[in-house]
Ligand binder design. Structure first.
Ligand SMILES: C[S@@+](CC[C@H](N)C(=O)[O-])C[C@H]1O[C@@H](n2cnc3c(N)ncnc32)[C@H](O)[C@@H]1O
Length: 225
């Protein structure tokens, strides 16, 4: 999907549908709870559901992104703006999320932490509102399991990424969920993820980190091959 028309309200971009109305999405966590998001993550998700450790999670991401500068980055499911914990400020940052409350939180946090070039869109991961071949890097943390149709998401991701771009993802996987904690959404095994990404011509590489139920992986593109 390309951006046809958008309006900006309080620094957030909203998509306009064919009838001239603002497109609405049902947020994963009621928007009313978005101010509690970080507390919920710390108290009920990390380590309760995911095992592992939230600080280790950011350390891993910082390590992966330390040399990434001056790139055009798309984060899918921005959440409350946790990119501030691992991304260098000189990157051009675009984020999408279905939750307006979290986007508002993210905008304040990203700006407060020195990100100068930030654009946040209220949009769905399975219908990414940008032109083809725009971004150098895609990121998606702790969210892939919430997307309705992973095949459509990966197709959309491939479309908006440039030809030699890469995607970085952290996601809970069932085989690491040894305590059988109840994790929301659809969980895919590492081999299922590999198969899906390879079907769309990504080169899939899992990372050797251990952090509870989480798999860290990258998927790089070579559209010209
Ligand atoms: C557990 S949070 C993770 C947020 C952030 N990436 C982080 O690491 O803190 C899941 C996020 O996915 C978003 N989300 C869920 N389904 C989505 C979809 N279909 N498209 C875009 N965002 C979605 C939610 O609104 C929420 O911000």
């Amino acid at each position: 999907m390309k951006i046809d028309s958008v309006i900006i309200k309080k620094n957030i971009y909203y998509l306009i549908d064919n009838n001239g109305r603002v497109k609405k999405f049902k947020p994963w966590l009621g928007d009313i709870f978005s101010f509690l998001y970080d507390r919920i993550m710390e108290k009920s998700i990390f380590p309760k559901k995911f095992g592992g450790d939230i600080n280790k999670h950011f350390e891993i991401l910082r390590n992966e992104f330390k040399s990434i500068c001056d790139k055009n980055i798309l984060e899918i499911a921005t959440g409350s703006g946790n990119a501030v914990y691992f991304l260098n400020r000189d990157n051009k940052y675009t984020g999408i999320d279905i939750s307006v409350g979290l986007l508002q939180k993210a905008y304040k946090r990203l700006k407060k932490n020195g990100f100068k070039n930030v654009k946040l869109y209220n949009a769905n991961a399975c219908n990414i509102p940008f032109d083809d071949n725009v971004f150098d890097i895609g990121i998606c943390n702790l969210s892939l399991n919430f997307f309705n149709d992973i095949e459509i998401f990966v197709k959309e991701l491939k479309r908006v990424l440039k030809s030699e771009a890469f995607f970085y993802c952290s996601v809970p996987i069932p085989e690491k969920n040894t305590k059988k904690n109840k994790i929301r959404g659809i969980l895919y095994s590492e081999s299922e993820l590999k198969t899906i990404f390879e079907r769309h011509n990504f080169h899939f590489e899992s990372k050797p980190y251990e952090n509870g139920t989480l798999l860290y992986f990258s998927a790089s593109l070579s559209k010209n091959k």
